[in-house]
Design a protein around this ligand. Structure first.
Ligand code: ADP
Ligand code: MG
Length: 455
């Protein structure tokens, strides 16, 4: 058995969490080979991002930043019951020294833009160093960290994508010998490396994706995402506190969920696993006895009931409208060419005879102006901000003739304005756009309607 595990920020958030993670890993290692992908301690990536972004840079901030980052990690080392802690402390201090130098270089104004991504990668290196030491304290010389350059990416430094023909041999060549020596490799999440050795990040939350890529390359038996909730729930527990645990969902459902806002999984996590048909299990590191959620190819569906409800907040709705559309062949492709030209990814599309409505993530708002200008050459364009995309997801929706009716009459009763509606061809997903300010209420109402226990 080979299991690729991933521990998120809260699952290594302090000494107690790190000890729990180490116990989970050493338990698994009793009868499986284990690979560990680890995120930065909770809050660290945000603080690093804060240090590298923004306009004015005050070098005086570096000192206090390094001090507090050092305290956080050294305290975790102190409280982790590592017998020979001085060795780990030394490694942490070395990383902090390097980070300080990199920050000073950045703040001096003479660095190249890509250098800030090197800085963003320190959080994972720090947490991986501590976790490795704690595992080794329990199973001497059984764990190893330091295999860099496994995920070879393109040069989109912030949201880099792995180049698989190069990533595959890197992963195999590095990790197979380690595993054959019965050693647990600990790998940094979030970051990758360009062909010429510069650090990239694969986007926020991408440690899940890295675990899945490694699992797929090595034909793992299972990919385990350890996080701070029991598994995938019927809705975001921050919005619906009594959301229910889903014990099994399909790859397709998980993919839709992740793509449409369920933060528990990075949107790219599913596709590498699907290709090799590797099950993904979501588990709670603070409650390992809970069975979690198993994501596989096929699941039994509950007819006429959705699996989950998600929302993508802060989307921008663009309505492109022209009478010319009726007979203009290729009109749609002209519209989508514009989005492609400016690398703006479209989430949802809905069309009528004369109009095309799309939603895009607020992430792209900075790129919007040229898109609108170009679209304006083809048709009338209306841009509506502060919207949310609500998605009702489930394999069972196909047979749910009355479901959409129930959804939209509930919206009518709430007096909620619906801007556009889309149903996937696979009928896995009914999604619609509402005002951002009512999104949470809409989710709670739909959740109550479909999942309340008293029905
Ligand atoms: P990690 O740091 O372990 O990667 P994340 O914060 O990225 O954890 O993801 C877990 C969080 O996702 C949960 O704490 C929960 O608040 C949020 N979440 C949003 N939607 C869902 C959902 N449908 N099911 C479970 N968790 C969800
Ligand atoms: Mg995450």
């Amino acid at each position: 058995m080979l299991i690729v595990t991933k521990f998120g920020g809260t699952s290594v958030g302090d000494a107690d969490a790190i000890k729990r993670a180490a116990s989970i890993i050493t338990d698994l290692a009793k009868d499986s080979r284990v690979i560990v992908v680890v995120s930065a301690m909770a809050g660290v990536s945000d603080s690093l991002l804060d240090m590298v972004s923004g306009e004015k840079k005050d070098p005086a901030e570096i000192d206090s930043f390094i001090k507090s980052l050092g305290n956080k990690h050294l305290e975790a080392v102190d409280q982790s019951e590592i017998p020979d802690a001085s060795n780990v402390t030394e490694k942490i201090n070395k990383l902090l020294d390097n980070l300080r130098k990199d920050l000073e270089h950045l703040y001096s104004g003479s660095s190249e833009t890509h250098e800030k991504y090197t800085i963003l990668g320190y959080g994972e290196k720090l947490s991986a160093t501590i976790l490795t030491a704690v595992i080794n304290a329990r199973r001497p010389a059984s764990c190893h960290f330091g295999d860099d350059n496994l995920i070879i990416t393109d040069n989109y430094f912030r949201d880099a994508s792995p180049i698989m023909p190069e990533t595959e041999p890197a992963i195999r060549g590095t990790l197979i010998p380690v595993l054959e020596n019965d050693v647990i490799p600990v790998i940094t999440g979030y970051i990758g490396t360009t062909r010429d050795g510069r650090t990239t990040t694969l986007g926020r939350g991408s440690s899940d994706y890295i675990a899945s890529v490694i699992g797929a390359v090595l034909d793992a038996d299972e990919i385990q995402i350890w996080t701070d909730v029991d598994g995938v729930l019927t809705a975001d527990p921050g919005i619906v506190p009594d959301a229910r645990l889903l014990d099994r969902i399909s790859y397709m459902e998980a993919n839709e969920l992740a793509y449409y806002g369920a933060k528990v999984l990075h949107p790219n996590t599913i596709s590498p696993a699907v290709m090799k048909n590797i099950p993904i299990r979501i588990k709670n590191s603070t409650n390992p006895d809970s069975p979690g959620t198993l994501i596989t190819d096929k699941v039994e569906v509950t007819p006429a009931l959705p699996t989950a409800i998600t929302s993508k907040k802060d989307v921008i709705l663009i309505d492109v409208n022209s009478a010319a559309m009726v007979d203009a062949f290729g009109y749609l492709s002209r519209i989508f060419d514009v989005f492609r030209k400016f690398n703006v990814s479209v989430d949802m599309v809905s069309t009528t005879e004369i109009s095309v409505s799309v939603t895009i993530d607020k992430f792209y708002s900075g790129k919007l102006e040229p898109v609108i200008e170009e679209l304006g050459k083809i048709a009338r364009v209306r841009v509506m901000k502060d919207k949310a995309l609500i998605c009702v997801i489930g394999e069972g929706l196909e047979s749910a003739a009355g479901l959409t009716g129930r959804v939209f009459s509930a919206m009518g009763e709430m007096g909620v304005n619906i801007y556009c509606i889309s149903m996937g061809a696979l009928e896995m997903n009914v999604s619609f756009v509402v005002d951002l300010e009512v999104a949470d209420d809409v989710i709670r109402t739909l959740h109550e309607m479909f999942f309340s226990k008293s029905d």
